[in-house]
Design a protein around this ligand. Structure first.
Ligand SMILES: Cc1cc2nc3c(=O)[nH]c(=O)nc-3n(C[C@H](O)[C@H](O)[C@H](O)COP(=O)(O)O)c2cc1C
Length: 234
């Protein structure tokens, strides 16, 4: 089986929620370039800070929590596959954390997701179909004292992984500004802004950021521009 076509078919299955024309057009943009086996993400994994405000916010910016979920392992890469040592969203999270003062909380599944791509696609299909709330391994943070939450995840089936809903229901985001950021193969922010606005009626869901997984290492200009637009960077 050609790994690229297998991959594209499985991604098409994965993104069954979007129109065929959109999916095909987007796939054309992700032209196959073979199945790379090396990983661009070779730095040491980020450490998780224990949360409750520890950073001093930059003047006028308020306190910011960056909470993210990311899954290392086999993933989509330019029409092929790649084995990521560090997940794309974690790389993006580290970049954001290097640019603004944030506390960081990593959303970790109690039952870790497989390194295998198709196994993860299958698990996600089941979790969506059953409206699951996958468990989170570590105590949830208190959001008392925060003004803004940057909420990061990969895009799975054109939306957030269900574990993000576990997180959103487990913490009190009421009254806070929430900015989603995602990494993806082709779907951009997908349904995330609409889903978060619906799931967080007492929060202000502001502008999100979408970065292609293949481009996280080169995304600093886009990230800085986004941070400026949302008022976190001068
Ligand atoms: C289960 C699964 C479903 C996915 N579904 C989509 C999708 O619908 N649209 C898309 O653009 N990318 C999709 N992707 C690709 C990921 O969003 C992308 O590779 C992302 O950068 C992975 O981030 P991570 O390494 O932090 O987990 C999917 C990946 C997986 C594992």
């Amino acid at each position: 089986m050609n790994p690229s076509s297998l991959d594209r078919r499985s991604l098409l299955r994965t993104i069954g929620g979007i129109g065929a024309a959109t999916a095909v057009g987007a796939l054309a943009a992700c032209a196959p370039s073979g199945a790379p086996v090396t990983t661009p993400n070779t730095t040491a994994p980020g450490t998780r800070s224990d949360v409750n405000p520890t950073t001093s916010p930059a003047a006028g910016k308020g306190r910011v929590l960056l909470a993210y979920f990311s899954r290392p392992g086999e993933n989509y890469f330019n029409g092929g596959r790649i084995n990521l040592t560090i997940g794309n969203t974690e790389v993006l999270s580290q970049l954001i954390a290097s640019l603004v003062a944030v506390d960081t909380y990593r959303i970790e599944a109690s039952d870790p997701y497989s390194n295998d791509y198709l196994a993860t696609v299958a698990r996600n299909v089941t979790e969506e179909a059953t409206n699951a709330r996958p468990g989170i391994a570590t105590p949830l943070p208190s959001l008392v004292g925060y003004d803004t939450v940057l909420l990061g995840s990969p895009i799975w089936n054109v939306q957030e992984p269900m574990i993000m809903r576990t997180f959103m229901e487990g913490v009190d985001l009421g009254g806070l500004k929430v900015h989603p950021f995602v990494t993806h193969a082709m779907s951009g922010l997908g349904n995330v802004p609409a889903n978060y606005a619906r799931q967080l009626p007492r929060s202000t869901v502001g502008e999100g950021l979408a970065v292609r997984g293949e481009e996280v290492a080169n995304s600093r200009p886009a990230v800085e521009a986004w941070l400026r637009r949302i008022g976190l960077l001068d």
